[in-house]
Structures are given as C-alpha cells and as structure tokens.
Design a protein around this ligand. Sequence first.
Ligand SMILES: Cc1cc2nc3c(=O)[nH]c(=O)nc-3n(C[C@H](O)[C@H](O)[C@H](O)COP(=O)(O)OP(=O)(O)OC[C@H]3O[C@@H](n4cnc5c(N)ncnc54)[C@H](O)[C@@H]3O)c2cc1C
Length: 387
Amino acid sequence: MNHYDFIIAGAGLSGLSLALHMINSPLRDRSILIVDPDLKERNDRTWSYWSDRPTPFDGIACRTWDRLHLAGLNGEMRVNLRRYRYRTIRGSDFYEHARRELAKHPTVTWLRGKVETIEDNGDAARVIINHEAVTGRWVFDSRPRHTGFDQRYHQLKLHFKGWEIETARSAFDPSAATFLDFRTPQNGATRFFYVLPFDERHALVEYTLFSNMPLLPREYEQALHTYLRDVLKIDDYHITRQEGSVIPITDQPYARRFGERSMSIGMAGGRIKPSTGFAFMRVQADSSAIVQSLIEHDQPFDVSEDSERYRLYDALLLDIMEREPERIQSIFAALFKRNSIEQVLSFLDEQASFMQNVRMIATLPPAPFLQALARMGKSRERVVETA
Ligand SMILES: Cc1cc2nc3c(=O)[nH]c(=O)nc-3n(C[C@H](O)[C@H](O)[C@H](O)COP(=O)(O)OP(=O)(O)OC[C@H]3O[C@@H](n4cnc5c(N)ncnc54)[C@H](O)[C@@H]3O)c2cc1C
C-alpha cells in the first residue's frame, strides 16, 4: 500500500493552492498525492479577487483593473481602487500554472480518480481511491460535502451563469470591471450581474443570484440575454465560452477537523464568504495557515477560527437575502456611497476593526438589520423550545 505525507482530495482551487503553498515552504520535500477524477484541463470558471499587495498569482491574471463600476444602486458609479487592484484568473491558467510548478517536485504524485472514503487509522488515514487503499499522514478534503442541515442557520444557493462573449463592435470599457450591477428584476431573490471586460469587444458577463429556487437553463439564458440587450445595449454578439454552477452558501460553521488525521478545505471547509461568495483570497490565507501549523506544530489544525463578529454580519445579510431580498440593493448602495472603497474592501476582507465596523454600520439603513436580528432571535428560540 502506498503511503504519503499528505493526500489532497480534489485538484480545484483549494487543493492546488494548498499543494503550491506546501512546495514553497520547508515542507517541499514531503510526499504529496493529489487526487481528482477531472483532469482540470477545461476553463471551467474564472476567479476574481482584490488585493492591496502583490500575490503569487498576479502573474497569471488575465486582466487587472484599478477601477470598479457599480450600477443599479440608484444610479451608477465608478470608483478608483486606490491601493487595491482587482484581478481575474482563468481557471485553466490557474490549473496549468499549478501543474507546471508542481511538476518541478518529484515528491508530488497526481492520480486521476475518485476519493471514495477516508478513514482514520491511528498514525495515518486510510483513503480509498478507485476501490484501492492508500494511506496518508494527513488528508485534506475538498470534495463537496452535504453537512447536516441545522435550522439555526441559513442555507442558500449561489447560482453562477456566465457567458464569455465577443461583440461585433466596440461595446465595453476595459478600464473598469463591473463589480455589481443590480439592473435586473429581483423577483424574490438577490440578483445581480458582474462584467469582466477583457478589451472593448470581449468580456465575461456573469449572472449571479442567491436563491433556493431552482432555475431552468433557459431562465439563466433569458436573464443574460435581456441584460445584454436592454442594459448594455448589445445585440450583435456571439458566445465563445460558458460557465456555471450552483454552490451552497451557509453561515453554519463547517467542521474543519473530521477525524484525527483529516481536515476539510475550500468550500467544504467553509472558506467561501457566505455574504459575497468570494473565496480566492480566503483559500490562500487558509493554505498559508495550514502550512504554518504543520511546520510549527506538526499538525494542520492550528488555523484561526472565523471571527464571531463577521459571522454575525454574514448571518444578518443572509437573513435579509432570504426574507427581504429586495432590500439588499439599498444596503449595498449605502455601503458603497457612504464609505470609501478601501473601507468597503477591508470590511469584506474581515480586516476592519470593531470601531471601523461600528462607523460603517452607522452608514447603513438600520431597519433591515434590526428586523433580521429579531427574526434570528425568534427562530433560535423556537429551535431551543422544540429541542
Ligand atoms: C462559476 C464560479 C465562479 C466563481 N467565481 C469566483 C470568483 O470570481 N472569486 C472567488 O473568490 N470565488 C469564486 N467562486 C467561488 C469559489 O472560489 C470556487 O467555488 C472555488 O472553486 C472553490 O474551491 P474548492 O477547492 O472548494 O472547490 P473546487 O475548485 O470546485 O475543487 C473541488 C475539486 O474536487 C474534485 N472532486 C469532486 N469529487 C471528488 C472525489 N470524490 N475525489 C477527488 N476529487 C473530487 C472536483 O473535481 C474539483 O476539482 C466561484 C465559483 C463558481 C462555481
């Protein structure tokens, strides 16, 4: 039976980010097995992220912006990002970069296969892949999980449907990425578009919504088509690539340690920020913390817990999205109009202090938050009563 220091289930964002952090650390000589049934050769998604400092991935970004465009918030605005930059990486470029970097290390093995089960077994975990067993000192699992539903928390689905298009004529302003555009009927859900203009004739236009309602493929297509025609005034275009997925969003804490030797990472480890759906930079911070914990404590679990304060803000926003989604637009309008972009981004990064939070919250309409707080209190009381 083969034995590895680290087994990584899933060669997506979190699995590959962790492997890259490992080979760029004192752990570089340890043996790593990366398992995924997918060859990761398709451009299956596009990651955007912001940062106020250089990151190891900036070199593979296909586009960087220093301005963002926001619309539908009782008007439109363009904001200069000041010390921040907004970047986009194509999934295929990220996978290719990871393959190239990891190939320089003979201690890294790739296996095309499905992780079926992970069992703790004393000093090692036993992992069944394609009906065969291997062992690992530590196992990192990014397979999508279906955690038990706990009624005290919110559960929503985040839908993505994106078209990369080429237009017949110049149609986009490539100097600014559209971060949020609410100019689409909300119809009982929080719905918006984002647009990543690669140049004047090419862009990724993505329809995004937080909703538990299942949508038919033609409903996404209709929304995209209408937005392009009525809002962006683009009629003459063709679709060069499509992406899409529906992922679970919750404020329910995810168990990171699910055995003596196994840890969940990525979406399965709760690394997607519930109120925004962004994960790229959170996954990088988590990978770095796991590597640091392994180096310092010879175990991966010494990563900091999510802040209770920010979990409460996320829960409040999810409650509003679930119960009064039409109010989200005015909250975001106030957030972006009454605060500097640096304040907003550091808040979304969970870096702002308590006093900075207080000042920012004072700029937002209080009623939706107070009502959400009251609803959450009542629903928790009900859960306690019925327990
Ligand atoms: C369309 C889309 C756009 C997004 N855009 C952004 C964005 O712009 N910015 C941002 O920050 N976040 C974005 N996200 C959210 C988040 O960053 C991604 O979902 C991210 O890919 C999550 O990383 P992950 O490692 O948890 O999952 P994934 O990247 O999905 O990786 C999981 C891997 O596990 C593999 N797997 C599944 N089952 C098994 C098994 N049994 N055994 C072994 N492997 C298995 C899968 O094949 C997959 O490769 C987006 C998500 C989607 C879906």
